[in-house]
Design a protein around this ligand. Structure first.
Ligand code: HEC
Length: 163
């Protein structure tokens, strides 16, 4: 009798413990995702990487975030397009993401120095958030060499004329 009670208690503990551990790790994951969302908003990634975010004054729904933009940035570096971060992040695991974004020096106007300075746990939180979004959208247009006029809409850096 005692033995079977002990067995029952042990068995039910076995059933409860993994569930509790899972709940704990999934709330940790959710906290990580929420932190990533916050960092994306605060560090301006949406301003360039989410088409329509700036004109919407930050009200673009999250379902449309981080899929890149066809609005080019034109200057002495050529023309660059903010990439689709959902596709980009889906092509690598978290450790690769950390090593790429903390060392890469993409062309202007990408503020790569902010990612180089960011705490590693925050770089990981950004990855967690991006990977929580469905892998959607198309690749941004390929960057153009200096001197090539873009066929898309673009911002242009105009140097002052020599007097
Ligand atoms: C002012 C506009 C702008 C902002 C703000 C911006 N990006 Fe970018 N980003 C770009 C552009 C443009 C490119 C493409 C550069 C190129 O083609 O060389 C790019 C490229 C990238 C890349 C590709 C790096 C590689 O190795 O190819 C990553 C990753 C990235 N951005 C992440 C971010 C994150 C995360 C944030 C927020 C912390 C952010 N960007 C903020 C414009 C921006």
């Amino acid at each position: 009798m005692k033995g079977s009670l002990l067995l029952a208690v042990t068995l039910s503990l076995c059933a409860i413990l993994p569930a509790a551990m899972l709940a704990d790790s999934s709330s940790r994951d959710q906290a990580q995702i929420d932190r990533g969302r916050y960092l994306i908003m605060m560090s301006g990634c949406n301003d360039c990487h989410s088409s329509g975010y700036m004109p919407s004054e930050g009200t673009l729904p999250e379902s449309q975030w981080l899929m890149g933009d066809t609005l080019g940035w034109h200057g002495p570096w050529g023309t660059t397009y903010p990439i689709n971060l959902r596709l980009f992040a889906s092509q690598m695991d978290e450790d690769e993401w950390v090593s790429v974004v903390t060392t890469a020096k993409p062309r202007p106007p990408m503020p790569w120095w902010a990612l180089h300075e960011m705490e590693e746990q925050d770089v990981r939180a950004i990855y967690a958030f991006i990977r929580s979004l469905p892998v959607e959208g198309t690749e941004a247009p390929a960057a153009l060499e200096p001197g090539v006029t873009p066929k898309t809409a673009y911002f242009q850096l105009v140097e002052p004329q020599e007097e």
